[in-house]
Design a protein around this ligand. Structure first.
Ligand SMILES: *Cc1c(COP(=O)(O)O)cnc(C)c1O
Length: 230
């Protein structure tokens, strides 16, 4: 218990200090605690210690935990790669889906959300590293995708998500975070109906301070809170 509680406290302090040092309001940076491959019991500990947003990558694993834990005072965010044929489950269980990277997926989310009378909040995932192996829409395609999603009545775009390549030094990720912020501003400037750019989901255990300096409003942190994954 104390481990998670202490680590969470440390991370919350670091988030606040990074935001403060960057001249930002610390309250506008949300912590998504990434609990992938961690047990429901550990998730419960984290929630008892004050975690309010949980990030999960795998649908079935997440559903198992959500059903085990029942009502908890925390929201679930989906941050893994989402296949269209799993969209139904994501819509049922998650407040925010960070990883929408195609029109096909957005359309399926819209359809499934409509069935249950929900407006599903999503982020558009950008393949900011431009690595072929990574998910995400190309930086140049993001605006077009936002415009195509705009008419969907049961989807609400709230911003962008991105992941720089893995670096040993967080400073190397900075240009990628800057590029994310530029795409956000460009889309914002178009004033597209139903498209909000309030959120930038970027930064993980190794580089969240730099991400906050560059405008992150959601940092997704796993290892630094829950410890190494098996
Ligand atoms: C696993 C994961 C994280 C958390 O990574 P850590 O380095 O453990 O903080 C954040 N975002 C995504 C998309 C992930 O898959």
């Amino acid at each position: 218990m104390n481990d998670i509680k202490n680590r969470l406290q440390t991370i919350q302090d670091e988030i606040r200090s990074a935001a403060g040092a960057a001249g930002r309001n610390p309250d506008e940076v949300l912590l998504v605690s990434v609990s992938k491959r961690k047990s429901a019991a550990l998730v419960k500990e984290a929630v008892d210690a004050g975690v309010t947003i949980l990030g999960e990558n795998y649908i079935q694993e997440a559903i198992d935990k959500i059903e085990t834990l029942g009502e908890i005072p925390a929201a679930w965010h989906f941050i893994g790669h989402l296949q269209s044929n799993k969209a139904r489950f994501a819509v049922k269980h998650f407040d925010l889906i960070h990883t929408v990277d195609s029109l096909k997926l957005a359309r399926e989310i819209n359809k499934q959300a409509k069935k249950i009378g929900k407006v599903q909040k999503i982020l558009i995932q950008i393949n900011i590293s431009e690595e072929a192996s990574k998910s995400g829409t190309g930086a140049d395609e993001a605006l077009a995708l936002a415009k195509e999603i705009s008419p969907f009545e049961n989807v609400s775009v709230r911003g962008l998500m991105g992941m720089p390549p893995f670096f040993d030094a967080p400073e190397k990720a900075r240009p990628f975070f800057k590029a994310m912020a530029e795409i956000k501003s460009a889309i914002e400037g178009e004033n597209i109906p139903n498209i909000s750019m309030e959120h930038l989901s970027m930064g993980m255990s190794g580089d969240f301070r730099v991400a906050i300096e560059e405008g992150a409003t959601m940092v997704r942190i796993g290892t630094a809170i829950f410890g190494e994954r098996d």
